[in-house]
Design a protein around this ligand. Sequence first.
Ligand code: SAH
Length: 391
Amino acid sequence: MAIPTATVRLKKDLERSLRAGHPWIYADALEPARISTGAVVDVISRGRFVARGLYDARSPIAVRVATLDPAELVDEGFVRARLDSALKARRGAIDAGQTDAFRWMNGEGDFLPGVVVDVYAEVAVLRLDGDAVRAWRPWLITAIAEAGRPLGIRHLYERSRGGKGEALFGGAPPSPIEIRESGVRFAVDVAHGQKTGFFLDQRENRRAIRPFAGGEAVANLFGYTGGFSVHAALAGAREVVTVDSAEGALEQARANFRLNRLDPERHRFACEDAFAWLARARDEGRRYGLVITDPPSFAPSEKSLKKALAAYRDLNALALSVVAPEGVLAAASCSSHVNHEAFLGCLRVAAEKARRPLRVLKVRGQPADHPTTPAFPEGRYLKFVLCRAAG
Ligand code: SAH
């Protein structure tokens, strides 16, 4: 399959940031051009080659950079090489004996912009970001089939934004798929679950809460299918309350307890708005030794940033009001527009509002199978802060 090659010219002086590895060029930084979406383009500045990437005529991100090497062709072999390289880069990133679900390809962070591949045991799930990268779909299917064979991958399912799910090879994947994460079992529904089915990015953070859960009452807000809850219960929590507004997610959370030989009847599952649940728990004087807040992104765009920061402050102030004296708050944010400093700023204000001085124990992020590049801070979207709240 041939992809036409064209040339675009930089209007803004972005040479340095591109050479440093920033992978995006916004449309307003380029001279106007009439190029079709999905074309491979050479980016030229002052007559010189700067980068080669994928063009999107409709997106504000007009070019996603694929390579800075003028000798590197962007073709089927390129896509395969990037997937191979990402797989090698997973060495040491996951404990393959205990974990069979991981992110194989993390788009920009693995130098293949717009392409995410998550592995759930024998199923790979592909997520393409933007229309342009759809041009690579046939190459991706072949490359994932071949490179995935030694990993035991037998199905490829696509879950791209806006599109409906589709089996790309191997027919419909099993539903649910049973995975193991640090030895803990979870059922994942890749066709209907959030994102590609599960929040693989929280794997290490789920382990990180365990030392604080033993013997405690634990509240897991925005608990989805119970990822944090199962870990807390296995670590010996007295009782775990999982709160989520989606009944289906809670049903799966109960199933995940059973998968790990935990009796869901000994724990609680509340289908409710997390803010409303917290306000009632506070008013009723209920207190928890560990409270986890992991909401969906409050800042889907730069424009919503102010409102989002206010929501993180309010949520965590409320959460602090139900943390027992000297108990632990584990606060997460997955908004890429909110950086680590800004999120810690939200926790500072939350602590002040709740009159609960905080000791920050650990500031964490995403695991090593979600790599980012130094030039692309937007990729470091996950914040996870463990703190102890004074009485
Ligand atoms: N912590 C989870 C992931 C959370 S995803 C894990 O480790 O797997 C966010 C979850 O928040 C979703 O399950 C969604 O149903 C839920 N949610 C969204 N808005 C909510 C609200 N206002 N109150 C409670 N749950 C909400």
